[in-house]
Design a protein around this ligand. Structure first.
Ligand code: ZN
Length: 521
């Protein structure tokens, strides 16, 4: 169970459709901070070694909105205190994201005029156009780039009949995040039960939520006990954008563990920030005892892991409702006890997402499926598999030259079986038959999707045979879209030498089949 950096954290979006869900994490490099420094307004914090870039991006036919410097200064300093409060709370010290100040002692905001009119920077797709222009702008203005994290604020380009602003990008994309500005966006309205008060929560809270994405955060939800705790309430990276400034809103321990490694929370410079790492899970054990999911993981990693976030993510609802725990590793192991009384939902399918956090700010996610049955979790997360060293491929209907079916048997998640896609693109069903070399007693099969989950295999039928002539159907299954090992059970012990898999679909709704490992238990 492996490997590599999951670069597609579904951080992303807040209010609207899911086209941009790709908060793609692009690899970063080393960053040399600019020599100038002015932290005089932030003496309450341990000074950061890197600062957030704050850009006010104005379309060619637009303008800044009155008093934006004062209003955004107040919003960002308040947000900085909010983040610091929770870093302190979880024991990470008096730290927050760094902000550069200008000569007037206010948060430095770079105003950049766009090349295009408002109609070119729409919510859908506009973010990428802005990022392209700002990458060019930063290359020409290196002294204005203080880190790899950038908050882009754009004046609203449309207003609803009731005055509600909108129209511009509003989401996180990797270490970029987008928020909007409108004339009454001011902290002074926060907490007022008025149209402008509620609007301030929505858009200032929204800015803080999107900024969270831009600082590396992913969605998560408060535990049941946290929701009931008047000091905590709603997780900012859940639906806290609707409660910020109005009712208790907080950062989860899992969010703080991520921020602890974020570049702009660093108090000293470092090299190798955001270089990718690989983690392999060598042993995983999960059980349900005494009302708790008890998880034990032994891993090896190419980077230094200082925390491991474990998210329990119910099917549906994207990842907004994933309830997280944090485990500090002891050597190369973690152990966690997660009371299901803290879960909001005790039915249906879940994904267990194990996120290894590296001190350099990068991370790797390895995920496993589990299911609630009769309000209790069933955790078939590990099985003793048969040794595959003498196995072979008896038949394959399609394989690409760099994705031969034999890769299913090499215990290496990095190598995959991939049906043809280059010169020809045959459609499902695809068939592969594995010869176990001798008749074996098996209860089910083991599968592992390719690590990056690109086009994961979904619906399959399974058959077994002792002679490769007469096949017995063993059922239709839907594989989970997770990159850890997963198992299917025949519900009985079966004698078989040949295993036949017939594919019906993949998660990309595309013609091909791809799979990393196939085994039996
Ligand atoms: Zn979000």
């Amino acid at each position: 169970m492996k490997r590599k950096n999951l670069r597609s954290m579904l951080a992303g979006m807040l209010l609207l459709p899911t086209l941009f869900m790709a908060c793609k994490r692009t690899p970063g490099g080393e960053f040399q901070p600019a020599p100038d420094k002015n932290k005089s307004g932030l003496q309450n914090f341990t000074p950061s070694a890197y600062d957030l870039n704050v850009v006010y991006f104005v379309p060619s036919d637009g303008d800044t909105i009155a008093h934006y410097r004062e209003r955004l200064n107040g919003i960002l300093l308040q947000g900085q205190r909010f983040y610091s409060k929770w870093m302190n709370y979880y024991g990470y010290g008096n730290r927050s994201f760094g902000l550069r100040l200008d000569s007037a002692g206010k948060v430095k905001i770079s105003v950049v005029k766009g090349a295009l009119p408002k109609t070119s920077y729409l919510y859908d797709g506009g973010g990428y156009i802005v990022i392209d222009e700002l990458n060019t702008w930063f290359a020409a203005h290196p002294a204005d780039k203080h880190s790899e994290h950038t908050l882009v604020i754009m004046p609203a380009s449309t207003y609803a009949f009731d005055g509600d602003p909108g129209g511009v990008p509003f989401y996180g994309v990797g270490r970029w995040c987008f928020a909007l500005d409108y004339a009454e966006m001011d902290t002074s309205y926060l907490g007022q039960n008025t149209t402008l008060g509620n609007r301030a929560t929505k858009w200032i809270g929204g800015l803080m939520h999107e900024l969270g994405h831009g600082l590396n955060l992913r969605h998560n939800k408060e535990k049941v006990s946290e929701a009931a705790d008047p000091a905590k309430g709603t997780a900012l990276m859940g639906s806290g954008n609707y409660t910020y400034g109005k009712s208790p809103t907080f950062l989860t321990a899992a969010s703080a563990a991520i921020l602890n490694n974020s570049q702009v929370f660093r108090t000293s410079t470092a090299t190798g920030i955001y270089e990718e790492g690989n983690t392999t899970i060598n042993i995983i054990k999960a059980s349900y005892t005494g009302g708790n999911i008890v998880l034990k993981v032994k891993f090896s990693s190419t980077q230094t892991v200082n925390n491991v976030n474990v998210y329990n993510d119910p099917e549906g609802g994207s990842n907004y409702d994933a309830v997280p725990w944090v485990a500090a590793p002891s050597g190369d192991s973690i152990q966690l006890s997660m009371p299901i009384s803290e879960f909001h939902k005790k039915t249906g399918n879940y994904t267990l997402r194990i996120l290894f956090l590296y001190t350099n700010g990068s991370s790797t996610e390895i995920s496993y499926p589990y299911t609630f049955v009769n309000n209790e979790p069933v955790l078939d997360i590990s099985k003793d598999e048969l040794n595959k060293s003498s196995w072979s491929i008896a038949y394959v209907s399609s394989q690409e030259d760099d994705g031969p079916a034999i890769n299913l048997l090499d215990n290496d998640q990095e190598t995959i079986w991939h049906t043809q896609w280059k010169s020809v693109q045959p459609a499902h069903p695809h068939t592969v038959i594995v010869n176990m070399g001798a008749i074996q007693s098996i209860q089910g099969l083991a599968f592992q999707q390719r690590f990056n989950l690109n086009g994961s295999l979904k619906d399959i039928s399974v058959f077994t045979s002792t002679d490769n002539i007469t096949y017995t159907p063993r059922g239709n299954y839907t594989l989970a879209n997770v990159n850890g090992k997963q198992y299917i059970s025949f519900g009985a012990t079966v004698s078989a030498r040949y295993i036949k898999i017939v594919t019906a679909s993949n998660y990309a709704d595309s013609h091909y089949a791809v799979l990393s490992e196939l085994g039996a238990w």
